[in-house]
Design a protein around this ligand. Structure first.
Ligand code: ADP
Ligand code: MG
Ligand code: MG
Length: 931
């Protein structure tokens, strides 16, 4: 049998269906599907995408066999509708519409009313008695055909369409303003003028023969697949040229036959809020894209209920049929011809992140989709929209319109914040104490800024990327952050920012949108998300919080399917409390050094670093001990028996000392030591490569008393908590281990201290000693390290730095171009580099388990909250991922999706069987046909 190239649809039957998008394109496949459902689709046929390929290979000619097939289908169409194409008594008119697999702007525009010429136009006048309608259709046809097929459409969209120029001239001559004031005779004259213009521009008569018109239009659609706009678009979105476009030839229905006719577009639910309300617009006495063209203002779909109750009721019915059948929110096009409704297109509707979640959840409640499908439809990052404070939308729009948008940086910490500009941590604290909202504005941040960051509403930096210090800490704290906003010139000395010729001073209001990266001058009001108001602030009744309820459902389903545990990176009791509220099952990384920056702690810390003798150092450590113990006790209490991984000191010591002479002098005076001594110590601690320098376990090996103090603080806090009747599960984690002997050295100190504390306090508790795997040697010798380590936690920030030999803090200049040049598909500090870093992780997992089958395995790098990396962790068999508190819900969902997507085959089969669509769809089809 010869290959089929043309697929017919109409009158309750269709040769295609929605699964055939590859050969019918999206539009054709869904037209066939709707026709098959018995919906009122004007009959027609689709010429397959394969013909597009043949056409462009065959010197842009339609192969003869295909032409014959098209003619046969045209014949069938004529018979179905009882009209003849080009028939001078009862003419058939068609539309010619393009439609590729993916919707593609840049493709050929649709041509309506094809088949009109002087004779068929008169026949139509005789038949309908409506000459205005006929000549309105005719002038539209000549214009569209002239623009699209004959190439009169201007290349630049700002240039005037020659036909519009003619219409304008005509209206001026007549002294009228609106197109609707043009009479049938006026429109008829326009047709003549259009044709003359075409003759003049192309040297050819406008084709009167409908068949000639049809071949021209079909050819133009196929040609448009190769036009510059389409080629550029495909390149941008990685659409292969081999896909081709289909052509749909469809019987015309007319929305321009008078006030009983019209046309519209709609979404089966609100695409912005996700609410289950019909959402759309229409215009009476209009055709094609009049609704979206902006010439006349369309009416809200609800008004159709009055304008044409019968058509509206029918449309409502179809809305439900389509949702039931496609099991998704749909975007539809329809036309009403003299009170009769016709469906012209449907496709899955685009929606906001917020609507995506709401719709998925509602559709589970409505039993349209399963929980699994709902989870598959929600991108984990979309959850951010439910968690972050938000700007008052109208207020922000108004600000942008008023020219208050200053710049755009990286959307490093989602959410919205507004506050007064301050330029350093000390001011931030002081102002915040006075009850002022502040935005900490820095060229970049360092650990010294932690306190300022924690009191600020948001953080704005001029330098640094998505994983810069500011971004990292902001996300952990759940702070709004716009980072790397290079357009801002920040002058610390003058305490001002200049940008776009404007100057903003300390104390001026500024607003930052960490979801979009926008920086806006002045104040824009915000409100916290409902989820936060319920879970953390407990200021909102969950029963009244609809966003929260949606969130809670998604989380409950996610927890049912995921196998990974989710922990959090937190080093303060309140952070930990938030994380638990968000569903954290433990702490995967408590960075003890952050604690040293807290109230009253930096002093003894600096004393410790400046100490000359062991005794002096021990004296300073003795001051730190109770402070740390107190912090740990607070965390243990909040975590209530959940495991808590505490990392011993990690950063190089110079990070704790001031670097400005002024500050060094102040420190010396405060400590009663000579300034030179402070300066000398800072210089002595200077390193060329701090990332590879004196840090991590190296500190504890050279200064064992530091490790001992920290272990003591941890275990004493554990004992204290346990005595209060609260369970504890401390896990002491030694950073930057490359050699098993490093770990063994530190482990001995930790275990000795643990025993001593337990004995002295008279309580016993379980604890683990383990390590981070964050340098390649650690991964490579993981089997040896596992002889000592009871757990591994992958520190993928450092592991990525050391595996790639790239310093994250210096990578900005080349890493973004690297990603642009597709050397790395994604920023490896954001998404785990599976082929490189990932292989080391996999190796360490295998080697670790070979030595110690029960070894606990997790990840605590920033990757732990990034969906694709979470999936990788699932694939290599980690026990948990740990991420910043505000990413915990995202990780829960990502873990569930990883489990669902990578489920063993038999489980997946079962899931398919459980779904009811086949039977339901058949029922729906039967029902639709009966109507
Ligand atoms: P696009 O791909 O740009 O959406 P379409 O092929 O959907 O283009 O057509 C553009 C407009 O023309 C739509 O509003 C559609 O409803 C209308 N249209 C297309 N075919 C017909 C037809 N046979 N009868 C009436 N209107 C039609
Ligand atoms: Mg269009
Ligand atoms: Mg359309």
């Amino acid at each position: 049998m010869a290959k089929k190239h043309v697929y017919y649809f109409g009158a309750g039957k269709a040769e295609g269906n929605k699964e055939m998008k590859d050969i019918l394109g999206g539009k054709g496949a869904n037209l066939a599907e709707m026709a098959g459902l018995g919906l009122p689709v004007p009959p027609g046929f689709t010429v397959s995408t394969e013909v597009c390929t043949l056409f462009n290979k065959n010197k842009q000619r339609i192969p003869e066999v295909v032409k014959r097939e098209i003619e046969r289908n045209l014949g069938r169409l004529e018979k179905t509708v009882g009209q003849g194409f080009g028939d001078p008594r009862n003419p058939l008119l068609v539309s010619v519409r393009s439609g590729a697999r993916a919707s593609m702007p840049g493709m050929m525009d649709t041509i309506l009313n094809l088949g009109l010429n002087e004779k068929t136009a008169e026949a139509l006048v005789a038949k309908t008695g409506n000459d205005r309608f006929v000549y309105d259709s005719y002038r539209r046809f000549v214009q569209m055909y002239g623009d699209v097929v004959l190439g009169l459409k201007p290349v630049h969209k700002d240039d005037l369409d020659p036909f519009e120029v003619i219409i304008e001239r005509k209206k001026r001559e007549l002294g009228i303003h609106s197109d609707t004031d043009l009479t049938a005779a006026d429109l008829r004259d326009l047709v003549a003028r259009f044709k003359a213009a075409i003759k003049e521009k192309t040297g050819h008569e406008f084709p009167a023969d409908p068949m000639k018109q049809l071949w021209g239009a079909i050819g133009a659609v196929f040609c448009s697949w190769m036009n510059d706009r389409a080629v550029a678009y495909r390149k941008l979105y990685n659409i292969p040229e081999t896909w081709g476009t289909a052509v749909n030839v469809q019987t015309m229905v007319f929305g321009n036959m008078g006030l009983d006719s019209g046309t519209g577009v709609a979404f089966t639910r609100d695409a912005a809020t996700g609410e289950n309300t019909f959402y759309g617009e229409y215009l009476m006495n209009a055709q094609g894209e009049d609704v979206v063209a902006g010439i006349r203002t369309p009416l809200p779909i609800a008004d159709l209920r009055q304008d044409d109750p019968k058509a509206y009721a029918e449309l409502e019915k179809i809305r439900h049929i389509l949702e039931k059948h496609f099991r998704d929110m749909m975007d539809i096009e329809f036309t009403i011809q003299q009170g009769r409704l016709y469906m012209l297109q449907c496709r899955v509707g685009k929606r906001t992140a917020f609507a995506a979640i709401k719709i998925a959840v509602d559709m589970v409640d409505e039993k349209l989709i399963s929980e699994r499908e709902a989870l598959a439809r929600i991108e984990p990052d979309q959850l951010n929209q439910l968690l972050r404070p938000v700007f008052d939308y109208a207020e922000k729009e108004a600000a942008v319109k008023a020219g208050r948008l200053l710049a755009k940086g990286l959307n490093a910490g989602p959410g919205a914040a507004s506050g007064r500009i301050v330029f350093n941590s000390v001011d931030a604290e002081a102002w915040a104490k006075q009850g002022k909202q502040v935005i900490l504005t820095r060229i970049e941040t360092s650990p010294e800024d932690i306190k300022g960051m924690s009191v600020a509403e948001g953080i704005l930096t001029a330098r640094g990327g998505m994983t810069s210090h500011a971004a990292l800490v902001a996300r952990q704290m759940g702070k709004v952050c716009v980072a790397g906003c290079g357009e801002l010139a920040i002058d610390y000395a003058q305490r001002r920012i200049t940008v776009k010729g404007k100057t903003l001073n300390e104390g001026d209001w500024i607003s930052i949108d960490g979801t979009t990266g926008q920086v806006i001058e002045g104040k824009v009001n915000t409100k916290p998300s409902e989820v936060l108001q319920v879970l953390v602030e407990k200021t909102l009744d969950p029963a009244k919080a609809f966003v929260y309820q949606t969130f809670a459902k998604v989380m409950a389903w996610a927890d049912r399917f995921r196998t990974l545990k989710i922990r959090t990176n937190a080093d303060q009791p309140d952070q930990s409390r938030n994380a638990v509220a968000f569903g954290a099952e433990g702490i995967g990384l408590c960075r003890t050094e952050h604690m040293f920056f807290g109230e009253g702690k930096i002093g003894p810390m600096r004393e410790m670093i400046l100490a000359d003798t062991l005794d002096e150092r021990k004296a300073a450590l003795a001051k730190l001990l109770p402070l740390q113990r107190h912090d740990f006790a607070g965390i243990f209490e909040v975590m209530d028996g959940r495991p808590v991984t505490i990392r011993t000191i990690d950063p190089p010591l110079h990070e704790f000392l001031p670097h400005e002479e002024k500050d060094q002098r102040a420190l010396a005076a405060q400590m009663g030591i000579p300034f030179e001594k402070v300066r000398e110590r800072v210089e002595a601690l200077h390193e060329f490569n701090p990332m590879l320098g004196f840090r991590g376990c190296r500190l504890g090996i050279i200064y064992p008393e530091i490790t001992e103090m920290q272990a003591r603080a941890i275990f004493e806090a554990a004992a204290e908590t346990k005595k209060k009747g609260i369970e504890v599960e401390p896990e002491v984690m030694i950073p930057l281990v490359g050699h098993v002997k490093e770990l063994a050295n530190q482990e001995k100190i930790v275990r000795r201290t643990a025993e001593a504390v337990m004995k002295k306090q008279g309580v016993r508790f379980k604890y683990l000693v383990g390590t981070m795997i964050e340098i390649p040697r650690g991964a490579i010798t993981a089997d040896e390290i596992a002889t000592v380590a009871e757990f591994f936690s992958f520190g993928t920030n450092d592991l990525t730095q050391t595996t790639l030999g790239v310093s994250r803090d210096d990578a900005g200049r080349f890493l973004i171009p690297y990603v642009e040049k597709e050397i790395y598909a994604k920023d490896p500090f954001e998404v785990i580099d599976r082929e490189g870093v990932g292989q080391l992780m996999r190796m360490a997992v295998e080697k670790g388990r070979a030595t110690r089958p029960g070894i606990k395995l997790g990840i605590c790098g920033e990757h732990g909250g990034e969906p694709s990396s979470v999936e990788f962790c699932h694939l290599i068999g980690l026990n948990y991922v740990s991420c910043s508190p505000f990413r915990v819900p995202i990780a829960r969902l990502a873990a569930a999706r990883a489990a669902l997507l990578n489920a063993a085959k038999p489980a997946a089969k079962k899931a398919v069987k459980k779904r009811p669509p086949a039977r339901k769809a058949a029922k729906a089809r039967k029902k639709a046909r009966r109507r």
